[in-house]
Write a protein that binds this ligand. Sequence first.
Ligand code: UDP
Ligand code: MG
Length: 324
Amino acid sequence: MLPPSPAPLFSPQYSIVIPLYNEEAILPLLYPRLQAVLAQLAGPSEVIFVNDGSRDRTLALVRQLREQDPRICYLSLARNFGHQIAVTAGLQYARGQAVIVMDADLQDPPELIPAMVAQWQAGFEVVYARRTQRRQEDWFKRLMAYGFYRLLRQLADVEIPADTGDFCLMDRRVVQVLNAMPERGRYLRGLRAWVGFRQTSIPFQRDPRAAGSVKYTFRKSLALAIDGLVSFSRLPLRLATYLGLLSALVALIMAILVFYWRWFVPNSPLTGFAAIAIAVFFLGAVQLVSIGILGEYVGRIYDEVKGRPLYTLAEVAGFEGEAR
Ligand code: UDP
Ligand code: MG
């Protein structure tokens, strides 16, 4: 007798992964817009909310939504692990043939999804949204973003397109590669570029946040930027070498000058203490900067070597019967 066949696993066409960190004000605005977009998509879809350790009523609201709409599944992380890890968790659970990642705050308009799907159906494995305009974000943030993306392009080993965030559609094959990557330093927009395949972009205007406050503080943004640079470039390490060589050269020139003044110039302009102090400070600075750069890399090696799981889950709903 044949063994009973297992119940067929749910395999939606589309998965939409949305990280949430204290987004109680957003959910009531997000859901209707999402619903309207889902209705336009042919084939079954799932929405995966990833609650990233919210301290407000986000999780309660998500549970409520799931009761109304079985397409909604959720993961709840045991604490705040950060945006990139929350998205990573969502990607690991997504079952769709095409997986869309978007922010909750409606800065990434869900209405763009059908256009992304059209490109996917035309044969692209990655369709990312490229912002042409950031409305109502302050000039400081715009300037930092502008400078950073261009610096990253110069330094990175892979070509990471400028002005793109995490808003994108990825084919199942790309998601599988991402899920198989064990690394902890998850700069997703870089990893996405690294994977390759056929990629294309769709321009869009980035709206202001629909409600609630920005969850990416300046510190978090800076940490993400350094993560991006260090994960995708070894040039900063070489910079330390160059700085060292440069200061060696300066020291050599100074030695020659001192020798010359001492023996060939009467009443030499050597200012003694000041010259020594400047040299000491200069060398000290070069060494500290170099150690700092080294530390960024060593710290990451340490993190990777510990091999801790990327996140811990407190609650999961909507993935019953899945073997994981
Ligand atoms: N987010 C998260 N964990 C965090 C910070 C942010 O899951 O620690 C989520 C947040 O809920 C939102 C998205 O990441 O869905 C982007 O956050 P935000 O809009 O504050 O950042 P920005 O628009 O400045 O990139
Ligand atoms: Mg935002």
